[in-house]
Design a binder for this molecule. Structure first.
Ligand code: NAD
Length: 254
């Protein structure tokens, strides 16, 4: 068993979309800092169980829940299961997301709606479901995963960019609503990160973004996870709420 660094000791975290990619890296990082976990994904295979056993290697308790975060009943149930198991939720990471490429001119309304439902409506549903527990405890850390595309947009990604921009506006507003309850709400807005989802980004777009980044390289999930640990930690709440952390700001992107 690896020894915990303890920054999240005794905390309980729900992480959506944690069967792979950024969500899996966040889950493992949280476990390495001592958090007990509720891992959520709709993946039909055993990938969520594999991430769970990696987390359990740090000696923390892990609950896995299969849920579709765009479905209201699933989100209510996932939060209820976490509360039933752990009697508290300190941290919620709304990370699950999907990305497709389509020009607006060719976009079926159903694809637009699905993108908003999975990427943005899910954030609303997750936050609303967890607020009673966090408000009662007068403590909470909510982290919503947006994207640099929210700030700069991208061709064939209007639906995705709109959802991600919505997450930032939603989070800034919610941060103001719940500050007096001891709850912080922040966004992480990664640039391109090497995951299966990024494989669906237009290659020309990835290359243009890569060149615009300060380090001129694509990130990896383990480079996003430490920011999530910071925002999830108790000391992180002193400086951060209503903020969006990412590798760059919109006005210096091409
Ligand atoms: P990924 O595709 O590797 O992983 C996403 C996970 O979310 C998968 O396990 C998938 O099964 C799950 N998921 C998708 N829809 C779901 C739903 N409706 N209900 C439950 N689970 C669902 O993607 P990733 O790159 O790790 O992305 C994670 C988050 O980071 C997403 O919100 C994405 O938009 C965002 N993001 C990614 C990048 C990037 O370049 N990879 C950049 C910026 C932001």
């Amino acid at each position: 068993m690896t020894q915990s660094a303890g920054l999240l000791d005794s905390r309980v975290a729900v992480v959506t979309g944690s069967a792979r990619g950024i969500g899996a890296a966040v889950a493992v990082a949280f476990a390495s800092h001592g958090a007990r976990l509720c891992l959520v994904d709709r993946a039909p295979d055993d990938s969520l169980a594999r991430v769970a056993s990696q987390c359990e290697g740090y000696g923390v308790e892990v609950l896995t829940v299969r849920a579709d975060v765009s479905v209201e009943g699933d989100v209510t149930a996932m939060i209820a299961q976490a509360v039933e198991r752990f009697a508290r939720i300190d941290i919620l990471v709304n990370n699950a997301g999907i990305l497709t490429n389509r020009r607006v001119a060719d976009m079926p309304a159903e694809l637009f709606d699905e993108t908003i439902a999975v990427n943005l409506r899910s954030v609303f549903l997750g936050c609303r479901a967890v607020l009673p527990t966090m408000t009662a405890a007068r403590y909470g850390r909510i982290i919503n995963v947006a994207s640099q595309l929210a700030l700069k947009g991208g061709p064939r990604l209007a639906h995705y960019s709109a959802a991600k921009a919505g997450i930032i506006g939603f989070s800034k507003s919610l941060a103001r609503e719940v500050a007096e309850d001891g709850i912080t709400v922040n966004c992480i807005a990664p640039g391109p990160v090497d995951t299966p989802l990024a494989g669906d980004l237009p290659p020309d777009q990835v290359e243009a973004t890569r060149l615009s980044l300060p380090l001129h390289r694509i990130g990896i999930p383990d480079e996003v996870a430490p920011t999530a640990v910071l925002l999830a930690s108790e000391p992180g709440g002193n400086l951060y709420t209503g903020q969006t952390l990412g590798p760059n700001s919109g006005d210096v992107m091409p």
